[in-house]
Design a protein around this ligand. Structure first.
Ligand SMILES: [Zn+2]
Length: 414
């Protein structure tokens, strides 16, 4: 007996706004996507609130929605999700922090440090660790994973478990690493470093702000031992407990797999018990291996997986770069290199349903994520929908569906 197959396509950050270079149209309106247009014409299009009101528009929140979990209930922070993708276990009495290798330059206008108004209550930081410097590069010059691992090892030996400290440092990918600390350290307001680019570096505040700032300051001496790297200190943020996510299979009754190059998304797959597949050449960049991801989906579905998530980061990266041509190219790659081959393969397997939706918008003009609603598409191989256009304008009048309800719509478990 043939069972229903489900595919979720996530072009990260693909939703956008009208752009002057495109004659006031969006990348989704301009890109040549014949396969997607045909799917939309026979499916159902609408608008989804993937980022619940009041929550940060991150890929962690948006993808949690798309996997069918209400972020307002289940989201505990970004770092513990990434820690899960690295196989790091966080005890209930611990929290994980994202530990960026970053470049903070001296602020020649404010050699004494500055106290940004409205953000830092006066007197909260003791002398010597006043907020200082300019966030030159939240990614510390993009060190290689191998070079960064040496730095993280040195940090752990000199400031972490190597000297019996309460914290430990764990290597991740490129500039993105993890620090594990006692749970009381979570009591801090930490600004994401990518929100500080070319601006004064606002150091952690709150009850644990001082400890974190001291550690960030101490890390400068360790980074001095690696003069070949552009990064000169760590930046701690995104802290949280390990979320207790109910298993996807127990929640929705289908066995799921996923492919992604992004550790944050991979971590959600790990935490919900999905089979997270690795694909060679999946880079998280424009040059990613689209066919490899498509084929990973097809072979997983052919060998018993019920539902498969294909996540591609390229659209989001193009949005952050403000690169109109690359954003359009990434959408056209979805059409020609994923959907064109995927649909016939699904047809050959039997009945199927498909959901396409980004996890948030990354408008080219803003170069950052927004909390706006995004277009979604649902297609059923046997039952035609009302049909429509899979674009921002084509779904503007639709009723808004909470992002975490899309899974039930896809599985028709409402
Ligand atoms: Zn992004």
């Amino acid at each position: 007996m043939k069972t229903m197959k489900y595919v979720i396509c996530v072009p990260d950050g693909c939703a956008d706004e009208p752009h002057p270079d495109l004659g006031g149209r969006t990348p989704l309106e301009v890109a040549s996507m014949p396969v997607l247009r045909a799917l939309a014409a026979r499916g159902t299009v609408g608008r989804a609130a993937v980022i619940p009101e009041g929550m940060p528009p991150g890929s962690d929140v948006g993808n949690l929605s798309l996997l069918g979990y209400d972020p307002a209930v289940h989201h505990t922070g970004r770092a513990p999700i990434e820690a899960a993708s690295l196989g790091i276990r966080i005890r209930p009495d611990q929290v994980a922090f994202r530990c960026n290798l970053s470049t903070v330059a001296a602020d020649t206008d404010h050699p004494e440090g500055i106290m940004p108004e409205g953000i830092m209550p006066e007197g909260i930081m003791p002398e010597g660790i006043m907020p200082e410097g300019i966030m030159k590069d939240f990614a510390g010059g993009h060190p290689s994973t191998e070079d960064a691992a040496k730095v993280i090892k040195a940090l752990d030996e000199q400031l972490g478990s190597g000297v019996g400290a309460e914290v430990s440092f764990h290597p991740g990918v490129q500039y993105r690493h993890i620090m594990v600390a006692p749970e009381s350290w979570a009591q801090a307001n930490c600004v994401p470093p990518h929100d500080l680019t070319d601006s004064p570096a606002v150091w952690p505040t709150g009850p644990a702000g001082q400890k974190l700032s001291e550690l960030m300051t101490a890390s400068r001496e360790v980074l001095e031992q690696f003069p070949e790297l552009a990064a000169n200190q760590i930046w701690l943020w995104g802290q949280g407990h390990q979320p207790q996510l109910p298993s996807f299979e127990q929640t929705y009754g289908v066995h799921a797999g996923m492919v992604t190059a992004v550790d944050l998304v991979r971590g959600l797959g790990v935490l919900t018990g999905m089979d997270v597949v690795s694909v060679e050449g999946a880079t998280g960049w424009y040059d990613t291996n689209y066919e490899g991801k498509r084929d990973a989906a097809i072979s997983a579905l052919q060998s018993g997986t019920d539902l498969f998530v294909i996540h591609v980061e390229a659209t989001d990266e193009a949005g952050h770069a403000g690169n109109v041509a690359e954003k359009i190219a990434a959408l056209e790659n979805w059409d020609a290199r994923v959907l064109a081959g995927l649909i016939p393969a699904l047809d050959a397997m039997g009945d199927w349903r498909l959901l396409m939706s980004p996890d948030h918008a990354t408008p080219l003009l803003l170069k950052t994520h927004t909390s706006t609603t995004v277009p979604y598409l649902l297609v059923d191989s046997k039952v035609d929908g009302a049909g429509g256009e899979y674009t921002e304008s084509g779904t503007a009048e639709s009723e808004v569906v909470p992002g975490y309800e899309l899974m039930s719509l896809l599985l028709q478990r409402t």
